[in-house]
Design a protein around this ligand. Sequence first.
Ligand SMILES: Cc1cc2nc3c(=O)[nH]c(=O)nc-3n(C[C@H](O)[C@H](O)[C@H](O)COP(=O)(O)OP(=O)(O)OC[C@H]3O[C@@H](n4cnc5c(N)ncnc54)[C@H](O)[C@@H]3O)c2cc1C
Length: 487
Amino acid sequence: MAQDMRTVLQESRVEQAVMDRYAAEAAKIVGENNISANQADLLSACRDYWPANSIWMREGVFPALPQLVAWPKTTAQVSKLLALANQEKIPVTPYGEGSGALGGVVPLRGGVTIDLKLMNKIRVLDERNLLVTVESGLNGALYEEELNRAGYTGGHFPQSLRCSSVGGWLACRAAGQFSTRYGKIEDMAVSLEAVLPDGTVFSGRKVPRTATGPRVDHLLLGSEGTLGIITSATLRIWPLPEKRHLASYTFEKLESGLEAIRLFMRAGTRPAVVRLYDGQETGNHFPELGDKRCALILLIEGNARLVDAEAEVIDDCVRSEGAESAGAEHVEHWLEKRFNIGVASMLFQKGAVLDTIEVTTNWHNAYTTYLAMQDALLGVEGTMLASGHYSHVYPEGAALYMTVVGFPGGDKISYYKKLWQTAMEACHKEGAAFSHHHGVGLHRGLWMTDEHGSGLEVLKKIKDALDPEGIMNPGKLGLEEVQLWQK
Ligand SMILES: Cc1cc2nc3c(=O)[nH]c(=O)nc-3n(C[C@H](O)[C@H](O)[C@H](O)COP(=O)(O)OP(=O)(O)OC[C@H]3O[C@@H](n4cnc5c(N)ncnc54)[C@H](O)[C@@H]3O)c2cc1C
């Protein structure tokens, strides 16, 4: 029985009689076949890609288990499921595809996990206005394929494209690999349809912009399931690009690469892909370039004449910083490999602990934050590698993405916690922001006070107003303490 399985973060569970009553009513709402309390279904909904989950599950223990999984097909069904849960004070965990990197779907207090996968339709493709209205449970790769068939792109390519959902992107403020041209998910989101815990359904206007007060639908962006459930969204789309230009360069120093990017962003160019790797990652991803120089990968796309002009401006900027051209083939190689996510599982199997920590810097601290975080991570006993790259660039700065691999001698969870504590301290000291796109989930909640200051109290007030019974994804976003993880 699932409830006899050992869990490490389960804070509480709902009394079984209450859950049975809920399950009976939920079955009337979504149909008998669309709810389950089977062990396999509870187990598959109990985790995401948070490395702590992988560490525990390899040791035969689980983070926490839901008591029921429900698969609604319509917004009306989501509304009824939530209203009922609210009435019975049953915790609700929204679930997209479970690719979150920080424990966001771990059902700390049991209750019902609402899996959105059956809400997977494109409702309207509005070609004239370049908008698509899509249900939140649609898988990322299927979303993009459907748009491609009609001659468009969604422009959003997280590395997890094939294992994440549109709703998960919106709930976590995700960023895709082509973000410098197309924007992050919040730039694409024109309006959201969402359901509040009391069952209220609301949506925003599908117009380019409004000035009729704060956009309440946009409140759900980045809310990670703590305020309500996003059921659909109207997103911007683009015609498939007429031309694509690939280029790569190498720099003797990482700082020169950063300066080159700052210059071409300042000049107004917006290449879709900009990735600058340190020497270690250059050697790992492009062995033929060695690990003595730092590789810059660029992909420019769109209108052919604009692409040519951008390529020329960018070439001038990077050469002014001493870049050497390395051709298009490294970008082709990256394009081929960019959704491969198997390396982490392989390393976990070999006993390693691996994680990635993405933070946001301005230009003035982009390089020093890298040095400080690398130093901090290498300083934790057991760390074998701490490397980094920059991507998702802006006129005002860039995301810094650190990868760390360790083979700790002792308890892996203690090592994992130490890694993050030291990395977050270094990031804070440098004045960088604690996350660029992976979000908070359970784990990053530990540092939300440092990140937000008094802003966290404002967020808590919004949470209390929209979710007075506290049923939505309890313990996430740092909105309340989670003793079992904090200790
Ligand atoms: C290998 C790998 C690569 C990754 N690469 C990227 C990347 O390039 N860019 C990036 O931004 N992220 C990346 N991520 C992180 C992750 O894929 C994103 O956060 C993604 O947006 C999560 O989507 P999901 O559908 O899997 O959400 P889940 O993991 O199912 O859920 C994430 C959170 O959102 C909530 N949620 C899910 N759906 C809804 C909904 N409809 N309404 C309300 N709340 C909801 C959940 O409760 C949870 O708190 C990566 C993760 C992995 C494992």
